[in-house]
Ligand binder design. Structure first.
Ligand code: ATP
Ligand code: MG
Length: 553
């Protein structure tokens, strides 16, 4: 692994405390085994990264194990493309699972558990319609009532359940339900559904099954089958825990797994549900799941985020049960820290203005370190000629007194090169500045000028050797802190129209011709940039990953 990829995973949190206690008590023989259980119905996002860092972080901390389990009980929303992408993203983050599991591999075992529940009077086949099931369930204020089918005999239930499995019924004709308590204050305990009929092809089990188990039944039992000790999930599942435990108890599971809930990651200016992310892809609001503006792991990766920056972010935000919205700038700061330490420095000009040095006719090759504090990263060549590009922003014709960049009659240091003075400003017929005629003080290479102070330093490239580049600048996708929290508005009403700006006529120093796709650089004074996979025909394409400072506030 590269230096930047080695980073701590997670500081101590309340879940670690629970595990410490369990180990002390000798629970599960001291074993620690977690799992990350994505539903393969989309790409992973930064919220999933929090869960991945937590679960795999526990494995690393306790020298335990962590499974990757595809929670693939819903045949119609699953796609093998998502499975591959999820595996790749977890590996890219720097984690390795101990077992690769699919809930669908347990369908036979789960069926057997369901049969056991029926035989022991803990489950029944209900033949109410979907609407009737809902109506009978009641609400938070109205107790539910028993289905007229609730007292079917075990034989009749077994017969019906077998025939459900054999495909004798249409979707929705019957369901299998746990027999718990229709008046429970916890809605999840009002005879929850265990199996439903779904005549659908499953990517793993094909056409073997036309009944599929539901989440609450499947999840805890899959944990039990895999020997998971701590089953960590987000807080929405807190009031499912009694049901999670109920299945384990009535089925007399030995060493049952323990469900522990934490609060999910919420980030401002971002939407994080797969459903909404999918809409952005389908409605072409963004250019695919890996669009560098997307909060998906792939989007961040293409944007130039490193695995270490995401892991450090997850470790900084911590894990708790408290509801909190994390500031997006924390994520950006984590990336800056990593790239400041690890990215090579280069010069590039995004909005070029021509400079001619009238007293310089040499062609020298100057040198500059690739990193200010890491000599092992070497030096690069900076050809110096009499025609240069500088940033339009670094010249001002009517400049205030405190303007230390270039102005008529003023001097500025070219980074890693000479001090130059602007003698003449050339304009086109519209009055736009198109060229500056300057002279260089040839005594100032690596030395301060004599008798005066030059405060400003600007970046530049030689026009003769620079390579043309395209640069994409990104801004946040949304203008609202919480775009999906408005009842009267759709999150797409808050799209930032300027979230992408493409600059076609940029120039980079010649060493950038060796840049590789995915490689990150600091373009001095501008920010961090990462080479995009769409680079072709030797015309580099860079994504700005993040600016040098937080410019959002
Ligand atoms: P989404 O609503 O975005 O589809 P999900 O929870 O349905 O998310 P799953 O594939 O079911 O997605 O989730 C896999 C794991 O990731 C679960 O354990 C879930 O709790 C966790 N997870 C999902 N979103 C977040 C989040 N924002 N923060 C922390 N963990 C999350
Ligand atoms: Mg889900």
């Amino acid at each position: 692994m590269a230096e930047s990829e080695k980073a701590p995973v997670a500081g101590a949190n309340f879940i670690h405390n629970i595990i410490d206690e369990d180990i002390k008590k000798g629970k599960n023989g001291g074993r620690v085994h977690t799992r990350f259980p994505p539903e393969p119905n989309g790409y992973l996002h930064i919220g999933h990264a929090k869960s991945i860092c937590l679960n795999f972080g526990i494995k690393e901390k306790y020298q335990g194990k962590c499974n990757l389990r595809f929670d693939d009980t819903n045949p119609v929303t699953e796609d093998p493309e998502f499975i591959r992408a999820i595996e790749e993203d977890i590996q890219w983050l720097g984690f390795a699972w101990d077992n690769l599991c699919h809930a669908s591999h347990y369908f036979d075992q789960l069926y057997a558990y369901a049969v056991q529940l029926i035989k022991e009077g803990h489950a029944y086949v209900d033949s109410l319609t979907g609407d009737e099931v809902r109506e009978y369930r009641g609400s938070h204020t109205i107790p539910g009532k028993n289905s007229p089918y609730r007292d079917r005999s075990a034989e009749e239930n077994l017969d019906l359940f077998e025939r459900m499995k054999a495909g004798e019924f249409k979707d929705g004709e019957h369901v299998l339900r746990a027999k718990i308590d229709m008046t429970s204050g916890n809605m999840n305990l009002r005879d929850p559904l265990i199996y439903r009929i779904r005549h659908a092809h499953h990517p793993v089990t094909g056409d073997k099954w036309c009944i599929y188990p539901l989440y609450d039944f499947t999840h805890g039992l899959s944990d039990a089958i895999e020997g998971i000790t701590h089953s960590i999930c987000t807080l929405e599942f807190e009031d499912h825990r009694p049901l999670y435990d109920w299945f384990l108890e009535v089925l007399k599971i030995k060493n049952p797994p323990q469900q522990i809930e934490f609060s999910k990651l919420l980030l401002n200016f971002v939407v994080l549900s797969k459903r909404n992310l999918k809409r952005m892809v389908d409605e072409k609001i963004v250019n695919g799941w890996d669009d560098p503006r997307m909060p998906t792991i792939r989007g961040f990766r293409r944007r130039g985020y490193t695995p270490a920056s995401i892991r450090n972010f997850c470790s900084q935000i911590g894990v708790s049960k408290a509801y909190s919205v994390i500031d997006y700038s924390l994520l950006e700061e984590s990336l800056r820290q990593d790239l400041n330490d690890n990215a090579a420095r280069r010069m590039a000009v995004l909005r070029p203005l021509k400079v001619t040095i009238t007293n310089y006719d040499k062609e020298e090759v100057l040198k500059a370190p690739s990193h200010p504090s890491r000599p092992e990263m070497g030096e690069r060549d900076l050809p110096m000629t009499n025609t240069l590009w500088i940033e339009q922003d670094d010249f001002m014709e009517e400049a205030p007194k405190k303007y230390f960049r270039l102005k008529p009659g003023g001097e500025v240091r070219l980074r890693n090169s000479y001090v130059i003075k602007c003698n003449e400003v050339i304009k086109n017929e519209n009055g736009d500045v198109i060229e500056l005629k300057c002279t260089a003080d040839l005594q100032t290479l690596g030395k301060n000028p004599e008798g005066r102070k030059v405060k400003g330093i600007i970046h530049w490239v030689s026009a003769k050797t620079a390579i043309p580049m395209t640069v994409r600048l990104y801004d946040r996708l949304f203008t609202d802190e919480n775009p999906s929290a408005h009842d009267d508005k759709d999150f797409t009403d808050f799209l930032n129209p300027n979230s992408l700006e493409v600059l076609q006529a940029c120039y980079g120093e010649p060493s950038l011709k060796d840049a590789k796709v995915g490689e990150s650089f600091q373009f001095e004074r501008l920010g961090y940039f990462c080479m995009d996979p769409d680079t072709h025909d030797n015309q580099p394409l860079f994504n700005r990953s993040v600016t040098l400072r937080d410019t959002w506030k």
